[in-house]
Design a protein around this ligand. Structure first.
Ligand code: ZN
Length: 374
């Protein structure tokens, strides 16, 4: 079993991964969506047997409210839900300086500067030794040079390789950390959707797409690529997950050029298109995070999109069109909501014309699930 589920996470990500030999499911959770979406995740957890609520890994990709909001709720309720985590991966403030590591419990006075930052406190409460354990408590950062080797093999055999961020993205986040945390609600002060919008100040305004007719794939795909410059997005963790010969690219909100560079550094993949079984589109299918270069760097049928289209009106037509134009034959789009921002891709004539299929949740609130060994 190797299954990726995009839970309904509003305009964010909450990715529930299960893998294993059938006797026992191992689990990974990547982000927990917004706080408003957390009740769905709580329900999903409560549906597990009480003695089987373990996750090998919780990944909090970066400090935006649509990734971190529900993570705060989950960690606050960790004990009452009976949830445990083998490791938690998150680059906190201590990790933004090269060489910075998680303070050890015996150096408790070093925790001082971390006080008041709710997520960090909750992660420490889960066990400081489990925080970024794969990096010895240090930053999860792509090495400056050389081939990229797997960072961790989790119990059960899931192998994870880090593809983002590089130190350059962490350096840029450092001076912006406190503002970013305030907006994400991980320091006191309620985060609002308007705060989230401010975080994306670098986002280009939406083009006036013609929503009445079918999208013009050729025109959209040919639009110039303007890369995402939002600093928190750049700091996003992105992972290549490999299990029993199947591979998924789990991008968070990472920058496309960073992903392209990292893919080229995977051993044996210098020139080719990396064979993948699933790609989660970065930044909810934003036009600034899916370049033609990125689509052409992989060979993949299944493309997953996590967003309800609110706030930022993702996914953008340009991103989907680049996948359809450059993604090869038989692309499948998997949306975890049906929204006015993605339903244009449901048109059967359009699917036939461009040789793809589009999947939506059968019922609202179900999210979407992909079996990689199905
Ligand atoms: Zn996001």
């Amino acid at each position: 079993m190797w299954r990726i589920e995009l839970l309904p996470a509003e305009f964010g990500d909450a990715i529930w991964i299960e893998y294993g030999d059938g006797q026992r499911a191992h689990r990974i959770l990547i982000d927990c969506g917004t706080s408003a979406a957390f009740p769905r995740l709580r329900e999903r957890i409560l549906a597990l047997p009480e003695d089987d609520r373990h996750f090998e890994l919780l990944v909090v990709t970066h400090v935006d409210v649509d990734h971190i909001g529900g993570s705060l709720d989950l960690l606050r309720e960790r004990e009452s839900l009976g949830v445990s985590f083998g490791e938690i991966w998150f680059n906190g403030y201590v990790h933004l300086t090269p060489g910075g590591t998680v303070p050890q419990p015996e150096a408790a006075d070093l925790l001082g500067p971390l006080q008041g930052e709710a997520l960090t406190e909750l992660i420490v409460a889960n066990g400081a030794n489990k925080w970024n354990a794969a990096a010895g408590g240090g930053a999860l950062v792509v090495p400056a040079a050389g081939p990229l080797q797997p960072l961790r093999q989790l119990p059960g055999g899931m192998q994870l390789t880090l593809l983002s961020p590089t130190q350059a993205q962490l350096d840029r986040l450092q001076p912006r950390w406190h503002a970013a945390c305030r907006k994400a609600g991980i320091v006191p002060g309620a985060a609002t959707a308007a705060d989230a919008r401010q975080l994306e100040e670098d986002e280009e305004p939406a083009e006036d797409d013609d929503l009445l007719g079918d999208p013009d794939v050729a025109r959209l795909a040919a639009m110039p690529f303007k890369p995402d410059r939002a600093i928190p997005n750049g700091s996003s963790l992105a992972l290549l997950a490999e299990y029993q010969g199947r591979r998924a690219l789990l991008t968070g909100d990472a920058y496309a050029p960073v992903l392209v560079d990292a893919l080229a550094r995977l051993p044996g993949n210098a020139a080719g298109r990396l064979q993948l079984d699933a790609v989660k589109l970065s930044h909810h299918g934003s036009r600034g995070n899916t370049s033609a270069d990125l689509v052409r760097a992989v060979d993949c049928r299944n493309w997953l999109v996590s967003t309800n289209g609110k706030i930022f009106h993702h996914p953008d037509g340009e991103a989907i069109a680049r996948v359809l134009r450059d993604g090869g034959a038989g692309v499948q789009l998997h949306f975890n909501y049906r929204s006015e921002c993605n339903e244009m891709w449901a048109a059967l004539g359009l699917q036939r014309k461009h040789g793809y299929t589009a999947r939506y949740p059968a019922n609202e609130g179900e999210g979407v699930c992909l079996d990689l060994d199905g």
